[in-house]
Ligand binder design. Structure first.
Ligand code: CTP
Length: 416
């Protein structure tokens, strides 16, 4: 199983003549860093904004802009046939119209109609042009033909104008590229709900009890499930969410504070979830005598009375078991639930016990006594246990790579 299907993928990066053409240089570099084999193809107008030489100098492949080349006489069919993906960013109104009409009047438009690979179009133009009925109509026709669009965003445009028409965030474009290349049968058409971060239990309106979870591992798992084609619900408590995730199609983000709010959100989504990953560090207790007003020093030391919070994962298992008994043909029967365990001692014993006592399908355990991994860091090391008795130790890696490992084990063990 490849760690990431963008690695080694042949991507034709079509660049058309808009002011956002300069952003395509950075996009090309990011795609190459991710391991893709990128060939830049510029229209004549694009080369007026950023020259072919810039792309050739920074890319491991030569950039092309002409249908006729000495080194490759029929470059459009060669690139069209060998491409795993054609990505047009930025795409002008002119290119979108040309593509819709099936015209082949330059190298990029010829590749677009010669390829059988998926095509992603990222429009960028002035608001008036973007909203024009003919342009909207052209985009809709292309969408109906299966072309994937990463819609333009609201932001600053050329000549200090502001409006809809700015090229989508590059991170968002890369995420859609990864999903297009990485979508697989285990996750496509499935709904995955992931919790991330540390819940907050309020003492008064300004103070709360929380934990050190940053939410990074959960967010990485949510993204990995998105790359593999799932519709994702990410429920986060107290974590920094990259802004591009907030308006990504098929990626819903819900923010919560307390364990109870998280429980309400996950339990309601469990009705439609095929996989639930409880990566959040949920508080085990909350303040029973929470004050509605701010507590003050002169009032003396408050006596905090604690009470248990709901054990969300156990509620999820109980709900699944109850519903799968009632209706044997629904998604409840195949719903899988994955838990996490952050431990400081006796990792294996505690992890095995949790897997069994909570009756979940998979448990991901990490040793939080190590300062080089886990809380507040970008790396992690985990041991994955499944209910089938499979155990996998994953040594220190980035949290995104750990997410890939977790979903690889999930696919291996539960793709039925
Ligand atoms: N969890 C949960 N609801 C809680 C507490 C934890 O759903 N109120 C979930 C976590 O998201 C995690 C798993 O249960 O996936 C294990 O969490 P952990 O805190 O390690 O387990 P606890 O059962 O709370 O046991 P302890 O804290 O005593 O180790």
């Amino acid at each position: 199983m490849p760690l990431s299907s963008i690695a080694g993928a042949n991507i034709v990066l079509g660049v058309t003549g808009g002011i956002a053409a300069y952003k395509a240089v950075e996009l090309m570099r990011v795609l190459e860093k991710e391991g893709a084999n990128v060939t830049p193809v510029l229209t004549k107008a694009a080369a007026k904004f950023v020259s072919e030489v810039t792309f050739s100098a920074l890319c491991s492949n030569k950039a092309y802009s002409s249908l006729i080349n000495d080194d490759e006489p029929i470059i459009h069919t060669k690139l069209g046939k060998t491409a795993d993906l054609v990505l047009v960013a930025p795409a002008t109104a002119n290119m979108i119209g040309t593509y819709r009409a099936g015209m082949a009047n330059d190298l990029l438009s010829s590749i677009l109609i010669a390829t059988k690979a998926p095509v992603i179009v990222c429009p960028a133009m002035h608001t008036e042009m973007y909203e024009n009925i003919a342009v909207q109509d052209n985009m809709q026709v292309l969408r109906d033909r299966g072309v994937i669009f990463v819609d333009a965003e609201v932001g600053s445009l050329a000549r200090n104008d502001v409006g809809k028409g700015r090229l989508a965030d590059l991170e968002k474009i890369v995420a859609v590229v990864k999903r297009t290349l990485g979508s697989n049968e285990c996750f496509r058409d499935k709904t995955v709900t992931v919790t991330a971060g540390g819940t907050r239990e309020f003492i008064d309106p300004v103070r709360y009890i929380t934990n050190r979870s940053s939410g990074k591992q959960g967010i990485a798992i949510a993204l990995e499930a998105y790359y593999r084609g799932a519709k994702v619900n990410l429920i986060t408590a107290n974590s920094n969410i990259p802004s591009y995730l907030l308006n990504l199609e098929n990626f819903e983000v819900r923010r919560v504070d307390t364990a109870q709010e998280m429980a309400d959100a996950v339990l309601s989504l469990s009705q439609t979830s095929d996989l639930i990953v409880m990566a959040a560090a949920v508080a085990d207790f909350r303040v029973k005598n929470q004050s509605k007003l701010k507590l003050h020093r002169q009032d003396g030391l408050p006596k905090l009375e604690l009470q248990s919070t709901v054990d969300i994962i156990s509620e999820l298992v109980a709900l699944r078991n109850k519903n799968s008994l009632k209706s044997k043909k629904t998604h409840w029967v195949s719903q899988r639930i994955v838990g996490f365990a952050a431990e400081t001692d006796n990792l294996t014993d505690r992890a095995m016990n949790k897997l069994k006592s909570k009756a979940i399908d998979m448990l991901v355990a990490n040793d939080v006594s190590r300062s080089d991994i886990g809380f507040d860091t970008d790396s992690n090391a985990v041991t994955i246990y499944t209910s089938n008795g499979f155990i996998k130790e994953v040594d220190k890696k980035s949290k995104q790579e750990i997410a890939e490992e977790i979903l690889n084990v999930f696919e291996l063990e539960f793709n039925n």
